[in-house]
Design a protein around this ligand. Structure first.
Ligand code: IPD
Ligand code: CA
Ligand code: CA
Length: 254
């Protein structure tokens, strides 16, 4: 509970930084052709890291904007703003994601959407929650009845053929596909049953760490594209309510 509570505190603190910049000047810079970073990403991350350093100086940190620091079995995995492109355009779908890993396994996490004031949280064996209410994945049993989400990596141009063929196949096989722009929220929405499955082909640990524990604790399933066990250090992910998982894996390997 100690680390879960702290993850929630950190996600809220980062979210408060995003709120301050939500309506105003965001000082957008380019990290790549279409890969943005704003003053809010940087300030949110700096605040989160400062809080961790004060409380747990011996813990390791892996953060999107500043990279890895420290060593040891306890690691905080931080996305200070997941959905930066949305944030820069004031499209209201972004969050802060904080995962906590012990001995190689993500054991707790929190994802905070400051726009809707929605705090998703979860810890191994304790369940997952939205603003304190227990989460449960949807009961949708067939891919054809499922609402799916996905995202495209910044380097999509290098993988455009694969990304489009997967997208096309899921549009045909599912009820509908949405592309929201925040992988962490896509995973939390699957945990909550707002959608039934999610896949993406080139993600990073900070995109999925918190969402992984939140979704699995809500009864969901997460694997790679072959249906093999998932680790946050893999790029490919399929995440679902469990019931439509095999059908999703079949589409990806088909
Ligand atoms: C991105 C979002 C998006 C996904 C990209 C990620 P960022 O994270 O999660 O939904 O499609 O692959 O890089 O850069 O906004 O933190
Ligand atoms: Ca991200
Ligand atoms: Ca980010």
């Amino acid at each position: 509970m100690e680390y879960l509570d702290f993850a929630i505190e950190l996600a809220r603190a980062g979210g408060d930084v995003l709120k301050q910049y939500m309506a105003g000047e965001k000082q957008v810079e380019l990290k790549g052709r279409a890969n943005l970073v704003t003053v809010a990403d940087k300030e949110s991350e700096a605040l989160i890291i400062r809080r961790i350093r004060e409380r747990y100086p011996d813990h390791a940190i892996l953060a999107e904007e500043s990279g890895a620091s420290g060593a040891g079995r306890s690691k905080w995995i931080i996305d200070p703003l997941d959905g930066t492109t949305n944030f820069a355009h004031q499209y209201p779908f972004f969050c802060v994601s904080i995962g906590f890993e012990q001995a190689g396994e993500v054991v707790s996490g929190a994802v905070y959407d400051p726009w809707r004031d929605e705090m998703f949280s979860g810890a191994r064996g304790l369940g997952s929650f939205l603003n304190g209410e227990r989460l449960q994945v949807s009961g949708v049993a067939k891919l054809g009845d499922g609402l799916l989400t996905t995202g495209f990596p910044y380097r999509v141009r290098e993988k455009i053929a694969l990304a489009m063929s997967q997208f096309e196949a899921f549009i045909i096989e599912s009820q509908a596909v949405r592309r929201g722009g925040s992988a962490a929220l896509d995973m939390c929405y699957t945990a909550l049953g707002r959608c039934d499955g999610f896949w993406e082909l080139d993600l990073s640990p900070w995109d999925t760490a918190a969402g992984l524990v939140i979704l699995e604790e809500a009864g969901g399933r997460v694997t790679d594209f072959k249906g093999d066990p998932y680790s946050v250090y893999m790029k490919e992910i399929v995440a679902s309510n469990g019931r439509i998982h095999e059908e999703m894996v079949a589409v990806l390997s088909g």
